[in-house]
Design a protein around this ligand. Structure first.
Ligand SMILES: [Zn+2]
Length: 509
């Protein structure tokens, strides 16, 4: 059988970068998802992909719509972290450039999986740079890009593609669907249809916890966008991008991006939704529970509760190792508590050497070498502990954003510290999936309380145990605190809500 159908370049770069966190290295990509050439398509079609859902959804969508010929280059994804070390990003760019140049004149279209809140240490807009590279090398061929809902949308991201597709759910449960939608839009472009895009950015840097999509102001704007799009055949896609405050870029701010058959439809829809978001501006605020109140509830609550350590979320660049909640709960004698997942390779390794049943003094966050800025939050803690379970940390996600994804937590240990069982891992990951605790034999349903190092994605994984009214967002210090006045911003556009009450915006039309 000879191959037929359009030849499509495939590439991707996905990492959410917190300006205040230590730099991301090649190892961050190697340990999560580094796929080159044919491995991208094999992974996407496999039973438990390493890649998050966009590429598997795109490949399935293309497969379902008829013959095509993938031309995969490089897909690099990592757990959120600080800005990518510049030489690491430069090497990726060289790989994409070489791959694209080899395909020049051969491919009819391109698809890129992007996050939109990436940074390199000397570059504020790596996604925009990659998109410009695709245009430079491949020229004006159909090009679709998909983005995380936390994208900080630059002008280049909207200029250098034909269709812009952003997630609509937070927690992100629609990654596969948005990949499949990207395939549909690319097919339309390949058939000769033309698309236009509009971008309206607002001076609102919404705290992470105010951007859930089940309910609240952000949900209302997203839902309105989908309702209006369904009524207007000219609209291809409406994406309301919440942004990621800690990227700290000049183009931070909630952004509406519309792809449509004509410019007027795109412009008016983007404007209309921007007005809807602006009208709700006073509601994009963080309302957290003080740690002292959270501790009391952990002791006294008649019903089981989930406590989210939103300020130390590895899914936003947090180190996953701050001790504020653990120290407070230990001091108060909280019982029946599961806590995870804490990133401490040295402690996990020690537990593995000692073995199940061993009792020892667990020393969290032992200082290693030169102290770095992250130590401001990642303080040491010592407590008597018993090793209750061990694993190699290989887990397939069960529910939520990691469902069906092959994950590696590295050497993992469950340690009992009084009434609290703490899961310690060796590869920094946010606690978004119950399997991270369950694979060690821990029973979430039997716990009186669960503490997760996660801002909000745990809601998609732990929803079988905790309804939204049983979730407590705790105010503790950390690199991903939703209290935005605590950060020394350098590039954020000012004034901006909710940091500066005098921020203003008026529609262009
Ligand atoms: Zn996100």
């Amino acid at each position: 059988m000879t191959a037929s159908g359009p030849r499509i370049a495939l590439l991707g770069f996905s990492i959410e970068c917190n300006r205040f966190a230590p730099p991301a290295t090649q190892r961050d990509f190697d340990t999560r998802c580094w796929l080159a050439g044919e491995a991208i398509v094999a992974d996407a079609r496999g039973p438990a992909p390493k890649a998050l859902g966009e590429m598997p959804g795109f490949v399935a969508g293309m497969d379902a719509a008829g013959p095509w010929q993938p031309r995969p280059i490089l897909l690099a994804m990592a757990e959120p972290n600080g800005p990518v070390e510049q030489p690491v990003f430069d090497r990726m760019m060289a790989t994409w450039r070489a791959g694209l140049e080899a395909l020049r004149g051969e491919v009819e279209g391109a698809y890129a999986v992007l996050h939109g809140a990436g940074l390199a240490t000397a570059l504020d807009d790596p996604e925009g740079a990659l998109q410009a590279l695709v245009r430079e090398v491949l020229g004006d061929i159909p090009f679709v890009c998909s983005y995380d809902l936390h994208a900080n949308v630059s002008d280049a991201m909207v200029r250098d593609c034909d269709a812009f597709v952003g997630y609509r759910t937070n927690p992100h449960l629609d990654m596969r669907e948005r990949g499949a939608e990207s395939a549909q839009l690319l097919r339309r472009l390949l058939a000769g249809e033309k698309a236009h895009r509009a971008l309206v950015r607002l001076p609102i840097v919404a705290p992470t916890v105010s951007m859930l999509t089940a309910a609240g102001p952000y949900a209302e704007v997203i839902d309105l966008g989908q309702e209006l799009a369904a009524l207007d055949p000219a609209i291809w896609n409406v994406s309301v991008m919440g942004g990621f405050a800690y990227g700290d870029t000049p183009f931070n701010g909630m952004a509406v991006v519309v792809t449509a058959a004509d410019q007027e439809s795109a412009d008016s829809m983007a404007e209309r939704l921007a007005r809807a978001a602006w009208a709700r501006r006073d509601r994009f605020v963080a309302e957290l529970t003080p740690l002292r109140v959270a501790t009391r509830r952990a002791k006294d609550s008649p019903v089981p509760l989930a406590f989210a350590d939103v300020a130390d979320n590895p899914g936003g660049g947090g180190r996953g190792n701050t001790m504020h909640i653990l120290a407070s709960f230990l001091a108060a004698g909280v019982e029946g508590c599961l806590m995870g997942v804490i990133h401490d390779p040295m402690l996990a390794g020690e537990a593995h050497r000692l073995g199940v049943g061993a009792r020892f003094t667990a020393r969290f966050n032992r200082p290693q070498g030169t102290l770095t800025a992250e130590d401001e939050f990642s303080r040491p803690l010592e407590a008597e502990a018993e090793v209750v379970a061990l694993s190699d940390g290989r887990v397939t996600g069960r529910r939520g954003i990691f469902a069906g994804t092959a994950m590696t937590l590295g050497a993992t240990a469950a340690l009992r510290l009084g009434g609290i069982t703490v899961v310690v891992i060796s590869i920094r990951t946010q606690c978004a999936d119950p399997a991270f605790l369950e694979h060690l034999g821990l029973d979430i349903g039997a716990a009186r309380c669960v503490v997760v190092k996660s801002r909000g994605h745990f809601r998609g994984g732990f929803d079988e145990f905790f309804t939204p009214d049983r979730i407590v967002e705790v105010d503790a210090p950390g690199l991903t605190s939703p209290i935005l006045t605590r950060f020394a911003w350098t590039k954020l556009p000012r004034p901006v809500l909710p940091i500066d009450p005098d921020a203003h915006w008026s529609p262009a039309r």
